[in-house]
Design a protein around this ligand. Structure first.
Ligand code: GLN
Length: 471
């Protein structure tokens, strides 16, 4: 990493005429081509990106992100290339409008240069569920980059652009950030509009940046956060914004280590890294205690009921009639649905549709969906109590470092177990960040810092200080 200045420096350079947006976009596209073997990118938006760069250089487009290239996960509706969500069923789909997050970035002069690979529909932990290809880990091509925003994380670490957008339904920003070695920010649920992002689990989905530094993440969040008429679940932004970070010392900050996440399922070397990071925060003045969230061990099971339930409903719209793949020959409407969906969806999407339909069906609803909702409520309450005792929670991001490509594909349950440390945050809806904290045998390891809902600025402030302490 390191071919790019900070985002604000790049934009400052472009605004003062020292840097040319066209050069920046060309640099970005060149790195994408040079590092093609990592398969981080599904398509570039070259023509449109260069056109917009010329407009920036001509002073027709200005803003806080003037000329800054970025990459969007391919589940964001964006102009200039197809939007596929890495699924065969959406091949050939050209978005009729853009995601609010992309519109907001463009309004400040940023330039989308490419669409990144992901697990199809964001269902996964490794990008191996992409219907197209698997992205390679930037540190070891035989390993996965994490997922589902694996293309976005790898792209940032490979220097393809100064930042990328991802989505996080159960960990998909934080886990690839940890596996690939960058910062991954998951905002409070509702802080960033979901409009124009292919829906996975609507009560869990959030949008956030993958960056090289906390400062860059804060700036991107500042641009994309806030209420949007196109997404009724959005909340007001913090009136103070997200870039004026509190840089007073860590002294007196109360941080709770989540006991349930420091158990045996974790690689002992990861425990060591988390404990080491916590010790550094303590040495810098933070007050560290242990926190128990008794319902947390049930979070994974609850997530893999609630998320597929929402997935099965959200994927109902892909019927081959209005957009995306259509099988063609069919005896009647039902036959057409069944053939188009049967051919268009990959294995994992089908698995989730089946699980989701099952847990919602009469006779099973009470046993599964309702129970899972009860766990979710308990978890929210326990977390609220915890945040009366501490300002932040800390723990690992994932139980392992990046695993080998193919290692877990035959065992979906094993793959799901990798999400055990991230899904709780999505059920609760609070803010969390994955920060690089060390490495094991050349593979990056992140730590996860968590704050209450709407405390995004406080969390970013802590993360900025932690970043310095951990460096
Ligand atoms: N790995 C989790 C899953 O497969 C989370 C995915 C996500 O956050 N999009 O459901």
């Amino acid at each position: 990493m390191g071919q790019w200045l900070s985002i604000s420096q790049i934009a400052g350079g472009v605004s003062s005429g020292k840097l040319k947006a066209v050069d920046l976009v060309e640099q970005s596209l060149k790195i994408i081509t040079d590092k093609k073997e990592y398969d981080a990118i599904i398509a570039t938006t070259e023509e449109r990106a260069l056109r917009r760069a010329q407009q920036v250089d001509a002073g027709e487009i200005t803003g806080r992100l003037a000329g800054v290239p970025f990459i969007a996960k391919d589940n964001f509706l964006a102009f200039g290339a197809e939007t596929t969500a890495a699924s065969n069923i959406l091949r050939g789909f050209n978005a009729p409008y853009q995601a609010t997050a992309i519109e907001k970035l463009e309004a400040e002069g940023a330039i989308c240069v490419a669409k990144a690979n992901l697990d199809a529909f964001a269902h996964g932990t490794s990008t191996e569920n992409s219907d197209f290809f698997t992205t390679k880990n930037p540190h070891d091509k035989t390993r996965v980059p994490g997922g589902s925003s694996g293309g976005s994380a790898a792209a940032v670490v490979l220097d393809m652009a100064p930042f990328a957008l991802g989505t996080d339904t159960g960990g998909s920003i934080r886990q690839p950030a940890s596996f690939s070695g960058c910062v991954g920010y998951k905002p409070t649920y509702g802080l960033v509009s979901r409009s124009g992002v292919v829906a996975m689990g609507s009560s869990l989905d959030v949008i956030g940046p993958l960056t090289r530094t906390v400062e860059d993440a804060a700036l991107v969040l500042d641009v994309i956060a806030g209420r949007d008429d196109l997404d009724g679940t959005t909340i007001e932004r913090d009136p103070a914004g997200y870039t004026k970070l509190d840089d007073s010392s860590l002294k007196g900050k109360k941080i709770g280590v989540v006991c349930e996440h420091m158990g045996e399922e974790l690689d002992p070397k990861i425990i060591e890294i988390v404990n080491g990071a916590v010790k550094k925060l303590e040495d810098a003045g933070a007050e560290v205690t242990e926190i128990r969230l008794p319902s947390l061990p049930m979070a994974l099971a609850a997530y893999y009921i609630l998320c597929p339930a929402e997935v099965s409903s959200n994927l109902g719209r892909y019927d081959g009639q209005r957009f995306g793949y259509n099988f063609g020959e069919a005896k009647n409407m039902n036959d057409s649905y069944s053939k188009s969906r049967g051919r268009g969806f990959g294995k994992e999407a089908k698995r989730r549709i089946m699980i989701g339909t099952h847990v919602l069906s009469t006779g099973y609803y009470d046993a599964y969906y309702k129970q899972a909702q009860t766990v979710r409520t308990k978890l929210i309450n326990e977390c609220e109590e915890a945040f009366k005792q501490v300002d932040f929670l800390v723990g690992p991001v994932a139980p392992t470092t990046a695993f080998k490509i193919g290692e877990n594909t035959g065992d979906p349950l094993k793959m799901y177990l990798g999400d055990v440390m991230t899904v709780g945050v999505n059920l609760i809806g609070n803010a969390a960040i994955s920060l690089p904290a060390g490495e094991i045998e050349g593979l990056p390891v992140g730590i996860q810092l968590m704050a209450p809902q709407r405390e995004d600025r406080k969390l970013l402030s802590l993360a900025k200080q932690a970043e310095e302490v951990l460096a």
